[in-house]
Design a protein around this ligand. Structure first.
Ligand code: EPS
Length: 366
């Protein structure tokens, strides 16, 4: 399954070391401005080679629009976006072509398909996330223009390091998307030491959507929170997703967890902006856990395709923490879910007007 969404349907294709990666977006409304330059900023935020803290692969990530647009505007027909791969170094993968990296999808792809593209991990590479970010540029633009919805994220934890402050202004000023500018030197030292040691570490990304009106989502199958969880889980290396207080809700009392309100606004946001699978009008808050990268130069015990024991060492250009550049990917998946749910809501409930005064969203962002 390489297709995501019901009305705003995104299909991605391509391998990390193939000639190109791309996507087809079907069901996109007509009349949206679209030009190659508008993809550059978000693709650069996600890309490798932008700092010493991520993989050194250098891709220009230039988007070609092959269909679905006329004179810079979407026409309602399928949009095809293409990015050519220009800096693949496949020889890095020769020595592990017949081995399974411990903790990597090498093993499961092999047993599922009986064949795999070992070059750069093929489609199990983080490179696949590029097209999600590209497709979401259109979704982010539409959500903002039509509803004033803003989708943003930040790195909320790396290893055991937690931010000591949370300021949106700091997030885009450092290569980690870290919300506390004062801690960046500490982070740099931490990741430098990690990279030198040859090891990797996990991370947590928090993604927040503001401006979502109450009513988006489905009450049973297709709940907004279920689709957000599935969307985040579909990102390579994700091992956990929480909505609002998530697993902390387990130890809370009902009197603590419920979000009380006055006519001036909600007084808390433990629910993460979703009640009964439907947006409440508060900020939607999703937290996503990334596992440590499994491509390590530290030797590990493993087996090869013949079932023989081997010592596995992965060389090449790898991220010591894939979560460092995962913020734009989580934002993209949130935007794609919201765009799809907005169109579904418009289709079924577009005629339902304001039924009573809305409670202002006064709490719950970073
Ligand atoms: C990746 C390994 C590296 C990263 C890649 C993700 O690939 P390569 O060995 O080809 O340099 O550079 O990330 C990207 C290319 C990207 O655009 O995100 C992996 O194993 O997932």
């Amino acid at each position: 399954m390489n297709t995501f969404g019901q009305l705003f349907r995104v299909t991605t294709f391509g391998e990390s070391h193939g000639p190109a990666i791309g996507c087809v977006i079907d069901g996109c409304p007509p009349g949206i401005r679209i030009e190659p330059a508008m993809f550059a900023a978000d693709l650069a935020r996600r890309a490798t080679g932008k700092s010493r803290h991520t993989s050194a692969r250098h891709e220009a990530d230039l988007v070609e629009i092959l269909s679905g647009a006329y004179e810079g505007t979407t026409t309602g027909t399928p949009i095809t976006l293409l990015i050519r791969n220009e800096d693949a170094r496949s020889k890095d993968y020769d020595r592990i072509a017949e081995q399974f990296r411990p903790g990597h999808a090498d093993y499961t792809y092999w047993h599922k398909y009986g064949i795999r593209d070992p070059r750069g991990g093929g489609r199990s590479s983080a490179r696949e996330t590029t097209m999600r970010v590209a497709a979401a540029v259109i979704a982010k633009h539409w959500l903002d223009e039509h509803h004033g919805v803003k989708v943003r994220g930040y790195l909320a934890q790396i290893g055991s390091l937690l931010p000591t402050a949370c300021e949106w202004a700091a997030v885009e000023s450092n290569p980690f998307f870290w919300p506390d500018a004062g801690q960046v030197p500490e982070l740099e030292n931490y990741v430098d030491a990690l990279r030198k040691s040859g090891d990797s570490v996990g991370a947590r990304v928090t993604t927040v959507a503001t401006g979502v009106p109450p009513g988006w989502g489905e009450p049973v199958y297709g709940k907004l929170d279920a689709e957000l969880a599935a969307a985040m889980m579909s990102i390579n290396a994700v091992k956990g997703v929480e909505i609002g207080d998530g697993f902390a809700s387990v130890s809370q009392k009902g009197s603590e967890h419920r979000d009380e309100a006055t006519p001036a606004g909600f007084l808390s946001n433990h629910a993460g902006g979703i009640l009964g699978g439907i947006s409440s009008g508060q900020a939607i808050i999703v937290s996503t856990a990334f596992k440590p990268t499994s491509s390590l130069r530290l030797p590990a015990r493993g087996v090869d395709v013949r079932g023989e024991p081997v010592e596995i060492v992965t060389t090449g250009r790898h991220d010591p923490c894939v979560g460092i550049r995962a913020t734009p990917i989580c934002e993209a998946m949130m935007a794609l879910v919201l765009m799809d749910q907005a169109l579904r809501h418009r289709a079924q409930c577009g005629d339902v007007g304001e039924v009573s005064p809305r409670i202002p969203a006064s709490a719950g962002s970073a």
